[in-house]
Design a protein around this ligand. Structure first.
Ligand code: IVH
Length: 698
């Protein structure tokens, strides 16, 4: 077998396994064997870039693995961070068929009205297809010759973001179809984050005190807009499809088209039923209103569609939605209960969260005793009084929320809930930052939950990753006076640790090993680990790359800080405040003394290439390996200049598919060279490989 055949056969085999696993939920190979085959394919593709295929199963892992060299890893991380600051970072693409929404109904009476309208409008027999209304983010995929060529978000319905690279990481979406598909068509569906992935992701975010996603819908759409497709791949999104569009569709029935799409490799919901009567529709609604709670993904209603496409055409559209379809939304589950008190929790950053303590009540199968009240403004807007009967809703959210007060039930009015003025933990007067809804305790270095929270953050996986120091151990060491601040972690002595009743010898050594190892953790993660308010992982990296060492960061003025891309006033203020506190600088001096990485490594300092120094480059057309903005950034990172239009000064054009005809004409006239993306990538990589031949980057 030739290498090409070997590659092709591995691709087909892996596609089939992906389909079996993610669409049919019936795997026929172990994860281990699958990974081994995928690796084998990756190696062959790396060794033979001439057989690159944007629809290969290897492309599903996102940019990090696809670009194997260390150099690219650095570039990709930097690129992904840079783009988070941009408004979209994605190319906008016009929809061939606008993406309309559906009319909503909330009662079976309204469903009946819809049925009557259709009956009168058609004046002949008709069928309705009942489907689940998946609660995620909608996507439109274009396939040409059986290959996924484009994935676009809904956007404003007329145009959306081209998120093809991210969508390719979703395993249940076929990159290559099988069977008898039309040459060209669009298919629409919903991208979803399964509940299990959502719970896991939020748990991780909670550990990091990052803002939680309110529901899987927000998590799915947020994920789809990330700039690093490797992160998207790790989020394990899923997708169901429910609408086929194009010229030569296989059937005149919507249900027939869905069946055909299923046979080509798309995931179509099993909960799809053709109904002839309103009774059947009603039975579908009632069944799924209960049964949907057992589904792995969120649903918020059902969708009814006229089955015959000829009849759909006859009914047509209003300005906003089709007359041949409607959504019925499930009622969010509500309960009424009594508000007994409000307590306040203080987090690592000093943010104070109000929590309502309620009379226990059953809601969506769980007992609810507490509900988040978010902030002072929400308490005020609800006009909350102790003893009030309140409505609690779960909706798509995990944490129940209070949506209203039953004011009629107020007999003996209790005290109005007033947001506290002082920290419940240390008594300091609370402050509020301009434009922020949250109250904060400013007593960073003396408020116990903040001190302990800072330590927990410092040792956490994405920060210094010190094994053996969980929150309980930190609490124990804090209570026993062995830890006062982060720096004390590095002076803990084995005999002192062993003396503590609840800590074994093994744990003591673990802690010491862990803190020793953490001295290798790179500077950007040290900056993150410090727990400076508003400085998350991405911002920490930005600061580390902009200032290069802790001394420069310490000296940075407000103006210097805000001149860094993505660093706004709020962050700049917080950084300045952090370094002007002598307790912090003293602690940093100790950390320096103990040998933590306080500057960017040589390799990273040199990651900026010179392959394109002095060149003026124009980007034109659409690309398959990276987004346009990614290419722009690569040009900058390699010392080149992005130019908007072709001129005699243009060094070359980075040309994708469908390059603009005007640019092409001008290039021909001026004799400017065109380079395709493969050549371009090879060009910047070559330089790096030469540079790296003396050592690796990491
Ligand atoms: S059909 C022209 N079917 O609900 C009709 N939509 O408000 C196109 N959705 O934007 C939509 N499940 O994101 C359709 N089975 C389903 C659906 C569904 C969820 C979403 C979709 C759409 C919105 C309509």
């Amino acid at each position: 077998m030739t290498i090409k055949d070997q590659i092709e056969s591995l691709r087909r085999e892996l596609e089939q396994h992906n389909y079996n696993y993610y669409v049919l939920s019936a795997p026929t190979i172990s994860d281990f064997d699958f990974d081994a085959k995928l690796r084998q394919l990756q190696e062959l593709e790396t060794a033979h870039p001439e057989f690159f295929d944007p629809n290969s199963p290897t492309q599903r892992v996102g940019s990090d693995i696809m670009n194997k060299s260390d150099f690219k890893k650095v570039v990709m991380t930097m690129i992904s961070d840079q783009y988070k600051s941009k408004t979209s970072g994605f190319e906008q693409v016009a929809h061939v068929y606008p993406m309309l929404s559906l009319g909503n109904t909330y009662s079976e009476g309204e469903v009946q009205d819809f049925y009557e309208r259709v009956r009168k409008g058609l004046n002949e027999e008709f069928e309705l297809v009942c489907e689940l209304k998946y609660d995620g983010t909608s996507i439109s995929l274009t396939y040409e010759d059986g290959l996924l060529v484009r994935a676009v978000t809904r956007g404003d319905g007329e145009k959306g973001d081209d998120v093809t690279a991210n969508v390719k990481t979703i395993r249940s979406i076929p990159l290559r179809l099988h069977g008898n598909y039309p040459k060209s068509f669009e298919i629409r569906g919903e991208i979803l984050m399964p509940w299990s992935v959502f719970d896991e992701l939020n748990k991780e975010r909670e550990e990091q005190e990052e803002q939680l996603f309110a529901n899987p819908r927000n998590a799915a759409s947020g994920t789809l807009k990330l700039q690093n497709s490797a992160t998207v791949a790790s989020r394990k999104l899923d997708a169901y499809f429910y609408y086929l569009l194009g010229e030569n569709l296989p059937s005149d029935l919507h249900s027939g088209n869905l069946e055909a799409a299923h046979s080509w490799g798309f995931k179509i919901s099993d909960a799809t039923k053709v109904c002839k009567t309103l009774e059947e529709v009603s039975a579908f609604i009632n069944y799924w209103d209960i049964e949907r709670k057992n589904l792995p993904v969120a649903t918020d209603g059902i969708v009814l569609k006229v089955n015959s496409i000829t009849q759909q055409r006859a009914l047509g559209f209003t300005a906003k939605s089709p007359r041949w379809a409607i959504a019925y939304k499930f009622q969010a589950e509500k309960a009424v209960t009594r508000l007994n008190s409000v307590s306040y929790q203080v987090g690592r950053t000093g943010a104070v969260t109000p929590v309502a303590n309620l009379d226990p009540v059953q809601l969506s199968g769980t007992t609810v005793k507490r509900a988040s009240l978010h902030n002072a403004d929400i308490i005020e807007a609800l006009d909350l009084h102790i003893g009030d009967m309140v409505f609690v809703e779960k909706g798509g959210e995990i944490i129940p929320k209070i949506t209203a007060v039953d004011k009629d039930a107020r007999l003996l009015i209790g005290d109005k809930v007033q947001f506290i003025k002082n920290c419940p933990e240390c008594g300091a007067a609370l402050i509020r930052f301009e434009g922020e809804a949250a109250h904060y305790c400013p007593n960073e270095n003396a408020c116990p939950p903040q001190i302990k929270g800072k330590m927990e953050h410092f040792v956490s996986r994405k920060a210094m990753n010190i094994d053996g120091l969980g929150s309980e151990t930190i609490n124990l060491l804090y209570q026993n006076g062995l830890l006062h601040n982060i720096a004390d972690i590095y002076t803990l002595k084995i005999p002192d640790l062993i003396r503590l009743e609840r800590l074994g010898t093994k744990s003591a050594y673990n802690i010491q090993d862990g803190s020793e190892k953490s001295k290798e953790v790179p500077f950007e993660r040290v900056v993150f680990a410090l727990g400076i308010r508003f400085v998350g992982e991405t911002i920490a990296k930005k600061l580390a790359y902009a200032f290069k060492n802790i001394e420069a960061l310490e000296r940075a003025t407000f103006e210097e800080l805000i001149s860094v891309d993505e660093i706004g006033e709020r962050i700049a203020q917080s950084v300045v405040a952090y370094f002007s506190d002598s307790q912090n600088t003293e602690m940093l001096n100790r950390l320096k003394e103990y040998g933590l990485q306080m500057s960017l490594s040589e390799a990273k300092l040199q990651a900026h290439g010179t392959a394109l120094a002095g060149l003026s480059i124009v980007i034109s057309g659409t690309f398959s390996q990276h987004s346009r903005d990614e290419y722009k950034s690569m040009i900058e990172m390699n010392g080149g200049k992005n130019a908007g239009s072709v001129s005699a000064k243009t060094s070359f054009i980075l040309a994708g598919e469908n390059m603009g005809p005007e640019k092409l004409k001008k290039a021909e006239k001026l004799g400017v060279r065109l380079l395709d993306e493969k050549t371009f990538l090879a060009m910047i990589q070559l330089e790096k490989q030469e540079e790296n031949s003396t050592g690796t980057l990491f």
